[in-house]
Design a protein around this ligand. Structure first.
Ligand code: AKG
Length: 267
């Protein structure tokens, strides 16, 4: 499903764009599921933008646990096998999914961050597949990445997506994210144009963020699924974000459970 060059790009840059690996049917399928979810959001849904200043930047997580269409994508689409091939894993768990919709005119940027520090898991085989439901450009809020930043060994303190700073995620051991726009050369920041059905796969430790959606017409609907491989274990650290419910795991346990099911196994 992936070329050697795509794998090399992922390991070198921390992110790779994949076109043509998903059946095109998933685009309409996920668009419908997204609309349904936005009308009937779950307990983890959030509005990241201030409604007095901006159109919506909507997020919801663990949508696969409540919505049969997202569940179908998680269990039946090409995603888990792509993750297995990329990470060279014998099994793949679904950690969680995250719907991220920036409506035209939504001014709220996605802050620069790494995913790993937010999450109660550890291991190297952790990736996200960000599936584009729309044409996406940097101007419409395409995700921007600092190439190679997954390999520095530095982890930065998580920050709230809704502009409230570090309130929720105090962990004195982690450094504050530097001002990436002011300190990183533009050549080291990559943002791919995407067509509906394309996806980006990124490593858990890569620094990434996004501008608001400056388009006046085009929605930016992304569905990020988070996948883990053989070496990943439960690691409920201070300063990490809540999961949907207690998974019943002990620190160091493999993730296999109802909340983080094994979706693919080499066989
Ligand atoms: O869609 C966005 O704006 C941010 C995506 C992101 O941070 C992620 O998928 O990890």
């Amino acid at each position: 499903m992936l070329t050697d060059k795509q794998k090399e790009t992922y390991y070198r840059d921390g992110v790779v764009k994949i076109s043509g690996s998903f059946d095109p049917k998933w685009v309409e399928f996920l668009r419908r599921a997204t609309d349904d979810n936005m009308k009937n959001p779950g307990q983890m849904a959030e509005e990241y933008a201030d409604s007095e200043k901006s159109t919506r930047f909507f997020g919801d997580q663990y949508v696969w646990t409540r919505n049969d269409d997202f569940r179908k994508f998680v269990f039946e689409s090409e995603a888990a096998e792509i993750a297995a091939e990329l990470m060279g894993s014998n099994k793949i768990n679904m950690f969680f999914d995250h719907l991220l919709v920036k409506e035209p005119g939504s001014i709220e940027p996605t802050p620069w961050h790494q995913d790993g520090p937010y999450w109660k898991i550890k291991g190297r085989q952790i990736c996200s597949i960000w599936f584009a439901m729309d044409e996406v450009t940097e101007q419409s809020g395409g995700v921007r990445y600092v190439k190679g930043s997954h390999n520095t060994g530095i982890r930065y303190r998580p920050e709230s997506f809704s502009g409230e700073g570090h309130v929720e995620y105090q962990d004195g051991a982690l450094q504050t994210m530097p001002d990436i726009d002011a300190t990183v050369a533009l050549d080291d920041i990559v943002c791919y144009d995407l067509e509906p059905g394309d996806c980006l796969i990124h490593h858990t430790d890569i620094i990434h963020g996004a501008k608001g959606n400056q388009s006046s017409m085009t929605r930016r609907r992304g569905y990020a699924t988070r996948w883990t491989g053989d070496d990943v274990v439960w690691d409920p650290r201070i300063g990490t974000t809540d999961v949907l419910r207690d998974p019943g795991l002990m620190p160091g346990d493999p993730l296999d459970c109802d909340l983080f099911p094994v979706v693919w196994r080499r066989g």
